[in-house]
Design a protein. Structure first.
Length: 338
């Protein structure tokens, strides 16, 4: 009788550590502790060390990556309660113009303009979007997309706040390293707080509104007020990014409402993976340096950049973060099929 040819397959196994919940684990050894802390501590340490190693142009790229990361995190928070926005530029530009006008016309220092712009930008954006929180899906997204374009036309037509020339010679931060660490600290702090909030009871209500808002309303919860709160929090984060960028570059112009600040955060979330905030952070840290690396190619940069983005979304629809997390928590071995 002919000998049967052996066949093999890949068997996926979970690693030898049990998760009781998203933040509670059964740790049996120091090795398990290192296994849990390493993917959390290494990115934080890398971001804290990079400002000391990167200077000049790439130091500014790191600031850009943190700014887009803040916008991506704010987009992910709004999406957590079912608000899909295409207007993160509204948040960014509002914070930039509040900080820039306070500094240019009233000579208020950055230590005051940045927090005032963050809170004030959040309040103004929440007030602008409060009447449309009842809209769903593409209708809400269209409003958020049109508002920054409308503000650009108003500034262009009226010439307020410097018009098309903008407001130059704004007060800078004491040094580039201070600005870089402010951006990194804001980025890491926002990531930590958002991950804690979304796993709390408050975050559970937000996610329930996204999944079934009628069921939440039946529990005597005002879902529209919760959505306005989510807009305020997201807008404050975006306004902080705008205020920080304005003082870092010492210039305020209509480019603060540019479409890039709306599209690139959405692309970063799609690339990194939505719903975890870590995916939005990872996507921005990959997308922004990649875009700057390809800048030397001129017009071809956009084609290559878009091609890479499309291929990554098709190949990894779940996002880079979800893929890496799954591979990290599991391993494969080849076993014989009997």
């Amino acid at each position: 009788m002919a000998e049967r040819k052996a066949q093999f397959r890949r068997k996926r196994l979970d690693r030898g550590i049990k998760a009781r919940s998203d933040t509670l684990f059964v740790v049996a050894s120091r090795r398990d502790l290192i296994y849990l802390l390493m993917p959390r501590a290494l990115p934080v340490l890398a971001l804290l060390v990079l400002p000391l190693l990167l200077e000049g142009y790439w130091g500014k790229v790191l600031v850009y990556a943190c700014m887009y990361g803040l916008l991506a995190l704010s987009w992910d928070l709004m999406a957590s309660c079912g608000l899909f926005s295409l207007g993160q530029a509204l948040f960014f530009g509002m914070g930039a113009y509040i900080a820039g006008t306070l500094n240019h016309y009233f000579h208020v220092p950055p230590v005051i303009t940045v927090p005032v712009a963050s809170i004030g930008g959040g309040l103004l954006c929440a007030a602008l979007l409060a009447p449309v929180v009842r809209l769903r899906g593409v209708y809400f997204a269209m409003i958020t997309l049109m508002l920054p374009l409308l503000l650009i036309k108003v500034i262009d037509a009226t010439g307020v706040f410097g018009g098309t020339h903008g407001l130059p010679s704004l007060s800078p931060f004491p040094s580039d390293i201070v600005a870089t660490y402010l951006a990194v600290a804001g980025f890491l702090g926002c990531l930590f707080i958002f991950r804690r909030v979304i796993n709390s009871d408050y975050g559970l209500v937000l996610r329930a509104i996204r999944d079934d808002d009628r069921a939440v309303m039946s529990g005597a919860i005002n879902i529209y007020w919760r959505k306005i709160q989510a807009i305020f929090i997201s807008a404050s984060v975006g306004a902080f990014a705008g205020a920080l960028m304005t003082h870092h570059y010492q210039f305020l112009g209509m480019s603060a409402f540019a479409l890039d600040y709306s599209i690139l955060p959405v692309a970063a979330v799609a690339l990194g993976g939505p719903g975890t905030f870590a995916g939005a952070a990872l996507g921005s840290m990959v997308l922004v340096p990649l875009s700057e690396t390809l800048r030397a190619l001129g017009g071809l940069r956009i084609a290559i950049y878009c091609g890479i983005l499309i291929l990554s979304v098709i190949a990894l629809p779940e996002g880079i973060f979800h893929y890496m997390a799954r591979k990290y928590h599991q391993f494969e071995r080849v076993v014989e099929v009997k």
